[in-house]
Design a protein around this ligand. Structure first.
Ligand code: NOJ
Length: 500
């Protein structure tokens, strides 16, 4: 190499390094979910869902005893939401359809005209502004009538879900090109059956595994349906998105246990779909079968897949969706030690307690500590396990008290996590998109409105639910426009009020 060539190469690399820029074609967006933002829980003919029932019947389960009855009132204020997205220069908006708003009984023979209109208007409104809609079919708000029939523990639910998916594909498939069938199966099944969130049932290690199986099958049926009847004319893409923490051993002795935790927490939901052999991860299948035997169970608590189900699941994806927030450490519980039942305290099945390194900053969500490097490690491990699949980060973001519009820690969070995404891309991982959680402060499930994830502040005490851009919204707008994580931006607390 000549001296001149070296200078030219160095200049190119150095500029790229200084700018830390995402490749052309990489997409930036922001997300919300129906129950967390829409409100209007009983307008028109909308049916009751498990979150309506849960917050109304178990107010003490929500830390500030709040509900999503009104939330951000996005049912009425969706045009303001679109304006915020426009101001942020994002490529897409990820939102979810409320199953009970579209199908008031949960079943597909009666479609709500109001529900169909609402999502149709939202989709058209986005497209008119050049923002792509990414639609999640299920973000935890199951129609109550289906819960009354057993919910995710009833094997019929995969058909009911596919029927619902067909209605949505028929209504919006011409305009929606990216679908997310199910958001975070692990939260639906492991937390939902640990009596912490709706439906508030207690059946860890049994109901939770029935749920796991049926959620996966529901996804696969909705995927195959799209593939057969809609993909030929619409050419869209379908997958699910999984909640993936990254795990590190607490000590050198905990390396093996940490691998088992990854198998339970991540691969249980990925292996059946993304691995080349399909089915449950063998190590987990063996572990639960053995443990069930020791406990005197007549069969494994992890229900098996038939060969046909395995084949239906295997390869039922067009991209790999993941939601990532945090990294946790893994250690075995001491003899007799109580493993907390709070969100992500540990895994009773494995006798594991989750912790965190003291240097990882804490957040408003008790399960969530900041460790950006975990995201790169997770992305690289996805590629190692499942090959060169396009990876779509469907959620990432920071919770705080929401008190300050000048949320510099959130800016730092986004910058540092995005930097790790860039590093993973340099490692050869095919990351194609990134979604900030969340567009707005919203109803944060069991934390109510005490934990805020919004790029925009929402004033829940005002009838207008006034939205105001935080510093992080201005930062993210600059990143989305330039694809550079060090992009310059302006933030002025006084002139950012929207929605009046
Ligand atoms: C993931 C969930 O999909 C979303 O609903 C939730 O608000 C965020 N995690 C933050 O906890």
């Amino acid at each position: 190499m000549t001296w001149m060539q070296a200078v030219i190469i160095c200049a190119a690399v150095c500029v790229a390094a200084a700018e830390r820029r995402f490749p052309e074609g990489f997409k930036f967006g922001a997300a919300t979910a129906s129950y967390q933002v829409e409100g209007a829980w009983n307008v028109s003919d909308k049916g009751e869902n498990i979150w309506d029932r849960f917050v109304h019947s178990r107010p003490e389960a929500i830390s500030d005893r709040s509900t999503g009855d009104v939330a951000c009132d996005s049912y009425h204020r969706w045009q303001e939401d679109i304006q915020l997205l426009v101001d942020m220069n994002v490529d897409f908006y990820r939102f979810s359809i409320s199953w009970s708003r579209l199908l008031p009984t949960g079943f597909s023979q009666r479609v709500s005209a109001d529900g169909a209109r609402y999502y149709g208007d939202l989709i058209d409104g986005l497209l008119a502004k050049g923002i792509e809609p990414i639609v999640t079919l299920y973000h935890w708000d199951l129609p109550q009538p289906l819960q009354d029939l057993g919910g995710w523990a009833n094997p019929m639910i995969s058909d009911w879900f596919a029927d619902y998916a067909r209605v949505a594909y028929n209504l919006y498939g011409d305009r929606v090109k990216t679908w997310v069938t199910i958001n975070e199966p692990t939260v639906i099944c492991d937390i939902g059956y640990n009596n912490l969130i709706a439906p508030g049932l207690e059946s860890e290690g049994r109901g939770s595994y029935l749920c796991t199986k049926h959620v996966l099958l529901a996804h696969a049926k909705a995927y195959r349906l799209y593939e057969r009847d809609f993909k030929p004319k619409y050419q869209g893409q379908v997958s699910l998105t999984n909640h993936m923490m990254w795990f590190e051993p607490a000590t050198e002795q905990d390396v093996e246990l940490t691998e088992l935790v990854k198998t339970l927490s991540i691969q249980r939901y990925c292996h059946p779909i993304f691995s080349s052999e399909g089915g449950w991860p063998p190590a987990l299948e063996r572990y639960i079968a053995e443990k069930s035997r020791e406990e005197g169970e007549p069969r494994s608590r992890l229900p098996p897949f038939t060969q046909e189900e395995k084949e239906m699941l295997r390869g039922s994806y067009d991209y790999l969706g993941l939601n990532h927030y945090t990294t946790r450490t893994v250690r075995p519980a001491a003899p007799g030690e109580h493993i907390g039942t709070h969100l992500f305290d540990g895994f009773k099945e494995l006798g594991v307690v989750l912790g965190a390194k003291p240097e990882w900053p804490t957040t408003m969500s008790h399960w969530f500590m900041v460790h950006p490097e975990g995201l790169r490690a997770l992305l690289v491990s996805m590629k190692q396990q499942y090959g060169d699949v396009p990876i779509f980060i469907m959620e990432n973001g920071l919770s705080d008290t929401g008190a300050d519009l000048d949320d510099q820690p959130r800016v730092d969070y986004y910058r540092s996590y995005l930097e790790q995404v860039l590093l993973a891309i340099e490692d050869g991982v095919r990351v194609v998109g990134y979604t900030a959680w969340s567009l707005l402060d919203n109803f944060e499930w069991m934390d109510g409105y005490q934990s805020r994830y919004g790029l925009h502040h929402v004033d829940f005490s005002s009838e207008l639910r006034t939205r105001t851009a935080r510093r992080s919204a201005r930062y993210y707008a600059a990143v989305a426009r330039t694809k550079d994580i060090h992009a310059q931006y302006q933030f002025n607390k006084t002139n950012t009020v929207k929605g009046v």
